[in-house]
Design a protein around this ligand. Structure first.
Ligand code: BES
Ligand code: MN
Ligand code: ZN
Length: 502
């Protein structure tokens, strides 16, 4: 999506978009156009019974040779919404952009000029312009590289948005900031969308290495290096695969050396067949996105580097493929983790926690971070609890949990906190080793998984985001086309900006 900003003037050609308040009067340039067309616009609004409800669009074909089409997009404002439903203005404006993008594609518009003369959702025109542009950009993502014969009609038509406003410098500055995040969201979505024959631990690590060009320091640990460190838990997951496991460490240093880093840790199972505890074939293809937590870590690290965030941050991702074979880990195998704790593996499909156990331990012992936040498509059970609307949040620290929660509300990547506790922790005590990787008792599957992770974090402030229900959208959303969502990238970027850069 190409986005440009230009000085406010009445556009004379092509498709022109005007925001319009609910049942409000026409004003500014729109009013001028209506006057010069002898009230044709007002008449069309009446005929269409168009009210300017938030996000609702109306297209009017003009038939002229200059202005071809006028599109109105409602910005609401009629009646006050319930407090509970009220979203932050920035998010509202982004979602408006998403809706506009969908509408213009449906109308087969190629290029449009959006005229912003007024405040929108209490945002000044420049902030509104940047946020709307961000929404358009996020919604227009496509993963279509594997189509060799795509019909022209199947391709989106809309590729260029010009925004016409007074303060172009303000809009441009804010949009540059947004663009760093959007392009990183695109990278995360690409990683999650790639099929597992293309994206496996080594090819994934190679892509991470290319991020050196945005200023990240990138190291890759291979199996030999991980064996030296004693990562028997992570390595057990990759044993059955012909693809070698990898651990990627990314560092962004945007603050003085004395500042402890923020740490982000991701589950990167490039394909989760379940291993010997194999999954049913129905739906197994979904398990290509079992690396979405790691991809979100890659995305946020890239965004921080690109926008030169004033923090030190480290991203650690454990990359493995979980496959059954003669060399695969068996149910009842006992392995020793880097922490020295032993784990009885009773179900090889509870592999994400085994990967994170060593990745978390490694991160805290090497970097002594301010906190660790890990992201993982960890349990199917989290979708039983929260559906596809919120990710599970677990934490040993109330302030960290509160900050993450708030960043979630701000970005619309929402979280809901679930409990940890001794009674759940006991459920993963083993009869043969320090712990087992599943609970024998039914219920609370997401909590016992989180409990397992907590055994590898000591006293470090830590939060675990279970994003299994959020990583893939089966239906499009305002800011997300169907498919990989990149859940976590915008959330963590906002979280860092709000609480650690100020
Ligand atoms: N990767 C899955 C969890 C998952 C399920 C992610 C659906 C995305 C969508 C995870 O490794 C897994 O298999 N978890 C098991 C745990 C069980 C064996 C204790 C599960 O959820 O069934
Ligand atoms: Mn699994
Ligand atoms: Zn998994």
């Amino acid at each position: 999506m190409e986005i440009t900003f230009a000085k406010l003037k009445t556009p004379e050609t092509g498709t022109i978009v005007f925001p319009i308040a609910e049942s409000g009067k026409l004003s500014g340039k729109l009013k001028a156009l209506d006057d010069s067309a002898k009230g044709a616009i007002s008449k069309a609004i009446k005929v269409a019974d168009y009210k300017g409800k938030k996000g609702k669009c109306l297209a009017m074909l003009c038939g002229g040779e200059t202005v071809e089409r006028i599109v109105l997009i409602g910005i609401g404002g009629g009646k006050k919404e319930d407090k509970e439903d009220a979203l932050p203005a920035e998010l509202e404006a982004q979602q408006l952009g998403g809706k506009l993008c969908v509408f213009l594609n449906r109308e087969r518009v190629k290029e449009a000029t959006l005229v912003i003369e007024q405040d929108i959702f209490s945002l000044k025109p420049d902030a509104a312009a940047a946020a709307i542009a961000q929404g358009v950009n996020l919604r227009s993502y496509r993963f279509d590289k594997y189509f060799t014969k795509q019909k022209e009609d199947d391709k989106p038509s809309f590729t260029k948005l010009n925004i016409s406003l007074e303060n172009i410098a303000g809009a441009k500055a804010q949009y540059t900031r947004y663009e760093a995040v959007a392009s990183s969201v695109y990278l995360t979505r690409d990683l999650v969308s790639e099929p597992p024959n293309v994206l496996y631990p080594e090819s994934y690590a190679a892509i991470c290495k290319t991020l050196k060009n945005v200023g990240l320091k990138v190291e890759v640990l291979d199996e030999a290096a991980m064996e030296k460190l004693g990562m028997g838990s992570l390595l057990a997951v990759g044993h059955g695969s012909v693809n070698e496991s990898q651990l990627v460490v990314m560092q962004w240093n945007g603050a003085p050396k004395t500042h402890k880093p923020l740490a982000f840790v991701g589950k990167g199972v490039t394909f989760d067949s379940g291993g010997i505890s194999i999954k049913p074939s129905q739906g197994m293809e979904d398990m290509k996105y079992d690396m979405a937590g790691s991809a979100a870590v890659v995305g946020v690290m890239r965004a921080l580097a690109l926008r030169k965030a004033k923090v030190n941050a480290v991203g650690v991702i454990g990359l493995v493929e979980n496959m059954p074979s003669g060399s695969a880990t068996r149910p009842s195998d006992i392995v020793t983790s880097m922490s020295g704790q032993t784990v009885e593996i009773l179900n090889t499909d509870a592999e994400g926690r085994l990967v994170l156990a060593d990745a978390l331990w490694y991160t805290q012992s090497r970097f002594k971070p301010q906190f660790m936040v890990n992201l993982a498509t960890l349990t199917g059970a989290i979708t039983i609890a929260l559906g596809n609307h919120k990710a599970g949040l677990f934490s040993n620290n109330d302030m960290l949990a509160e900050r993450l929660f708030k960043a979630g509300e701000m970005t619309g990547e929402r979280l809901w906190r679930l409990p940890l506790g001794k009674e759940y922790d006991k459920q993963i005590d083993s009869k043969a080793a320090d712990m087992q990787n599943i609970s024998n008792a039914k219920g609370a599957g997401s909590i016992t998984a989180a409990q397992f992770l907590q055994r590898f974090v000591n006293d470090v402030h830590w939060a675990h985001l279970d994003i299994a229900g959020m990583a893939w959208a089966n239906k499009p959303l305002d800011l997300v086309p169907e498919g990989a969502t990149a859940f976590g990238v915008r959330l963590l970027d906002k979280f860092v900006e709000e609480y650690y850069e100020k």
